[in-house]
Design a protein around this ligand. Structure first.
Ligand code: HAM
Length: 415
């Protein structure tokens, strides 16, 4: 028996209302703030991700689906959405538009991770990117979009974690302070953190091992090592978030798992589970576009995992509105009636009424059972008598009441 590949899943019709609900809320919020949709290819030149996400990250080291195509090109299935949007921004000269350019996407993401609840090898992200301005008001807006999006879904008890990890100018001093601090505790570090200390010291701060967490809690804080410009940027962002009445917690251990971030980083987590089940995250990436060969262009964004939203909606007992479905079922008795049923269904659909036809040679009882399971409002029944008199029987599926209606008046009666 074939199965969907490990870490992937089918989204069956019964789950679709959640997906459409989330998508519609995402589209609404983006329209409200002036973000326009962009769709990029499912795969890109592997280098785009290696250069921007960073060679010392889990994603690039262990999780990318990279393959060589028949033309010998090294390609990678999109492991995140930011670098492709930046590539498109450069490729299409979007810097010529009024800045910032504000884009959003809803797209599958591929990461070879160890599958568990809320962690898959293919997941979907709703993401926003605002490119072309360094103003902290833009940081506040982007965070506001994410925050209001969750509110519009009805999700409660979320916490916004915020940090600033500085820029090219101030980060090196901070990293030195971090390394000096950790060097004293080298013996106590887990094997992974020993490697991080050498290769990517910022990542020491989000090790999940209890011993390392204790050390991280007391480690030097990036916000204490910001240059005056980054400090001012962070102060203004906090002030603007206050104006927007968005509660936040400064978390000096928040560094994110991708290397392209500068200054602002943030994550939104369910209060109960914290970072184990982060719903979404993002931040500034002021050097990324230059790294991909564009002009220096400040930018920021976020992405939110759709499967994790659904898990949290279910946990909080929030259901999605049902999707529109045909409300009329046509049942028939005998071959001649079947011909009438086909003609009638076509006419009703042309008039914009959704119809499900009985298919096959089932008994009337079986057809009515089917109509019941489909949850339609009305069933139209055609038999020999009805053909002779150009009528149909119209059955109200809630009350079970039946009446005979001339075919010519059926549309009107259904309304
Ligand atoms: P990320 O934190 O790697 O950021 O992913 C964003 C969100 O995607 C996570 O918070 C989580 O909800 C969801 N997610 C990530 N991995 C998985 C997985 N294996 N299974 C299920 N859900 C997952 C980024 O990808 C950045 N590109 C965000 C960003 C946009 N930064 C700036 N702009």
């Amino acid at each position: 028996m074939y199965q969907a590949p490990r870490g992937t899943s089918d989204i069956l019709p019964e789950e679709q209302p959640f997906w459409r609900y989330i998508e519609q809320k995402a589209v609404n919020i983006c329209q409200l703030y002036g973000y326009e949709r962009i769709d990029s290819p499912a795969f890109e030149d592997a280098d785009i991700f290696i250069r921007t996400i960073g060679e010392e990250t889990d994603i690039v080291e262990k999780e990318m689906y990279t393959f060589e195509d028949r033309g010998g090109n090294k390609l990678t299935l999109r492991p995140e959405g930011t670098a492709p949007v930046c590539r498109a921004y450069i490729e299409h000269g979007l810097h010529n538009l009024p800045q910032p350019v504000k884009l959003y996407y809803i797209t599958p993401i591929f990461r070879y991770e160890r599958p568990q609840a809320g962690r898959y090898r293919q997941h979907y992200q709703f993401g926003c990117e605002a490119i072309g301005d360094a103003d902290p008001a833009l940081d506040a807006e982007v965070i506001d979009v994410a925050w209001r999006f969750f509110a519009s879904l009805g999700l409660r008890q979320l916490s916004l974690q915020l940090n600033s990890i500085g820029c090219k100018q101030c980060r090196p001093q901070y990293l030195t302070a971090l390394k000096d601090y950790y060097a004293k505790y080298h013996r106590d570090l887990c094997p992974d953190c020993k490697t991080r200390l050498k290769r990517n010291p910022l990542r020491l701060l989000d090790c999940k091992k209890p011993g390392c967490q204790q050390l991280a809690n007391l480690a030097p804080k990036s916000i204490d090592h910001l240059c005056p410009q980054c400090a001012e940027h962070f102060d203004r962002l906090k002030r603007y978030l206050g104006l927007l009445e968005i509660p936040f917690e400064v978390n000096h251990r928040l560094v994110r798992g991708l290397d392209y971030y500068t200054r602002t980083v943030f994550e939104i987590q369910p209060e109960a589970e914290g970072a184990q089940n982060t719903l979404g995250g993002g931040g500034r990436y002021d050097d990324l576009i230059e790294e991909l060969g564009g002009k220096p262009t400040p930018a920021l964004g976020f992405a939110i995992g759709i499967e994790r939203i659904i898990l949290n909606l279910k946990k909080q007992g929030i259901s999605a509105p049902p999707l529109p479905q045909p409300q009329v079922f046509i049942a028939y008795i005998g071959d001649d009636a079947r011909v009438e049923a086909i003609k009638l269904a076509a006419r009703l659909r042309q008039a914009g009424t959704g119809v499900i036809e009985a298919i096959g040679n089932k008994s009337l009882k079986a057809q009515l059972r089917q109509a019941n399971t489909l949850n339609v409002r009305h069933t139209v029944i055609i038999g020999e008598d009805e053909i002779k008199t150009s009528t149909v029987i119209l059955r109200d599926m809630t009350t079970g009441e039946q009446k005979t209606v001339p075919v010519s008046e059926l549309s009107e009666s259904l309304k």
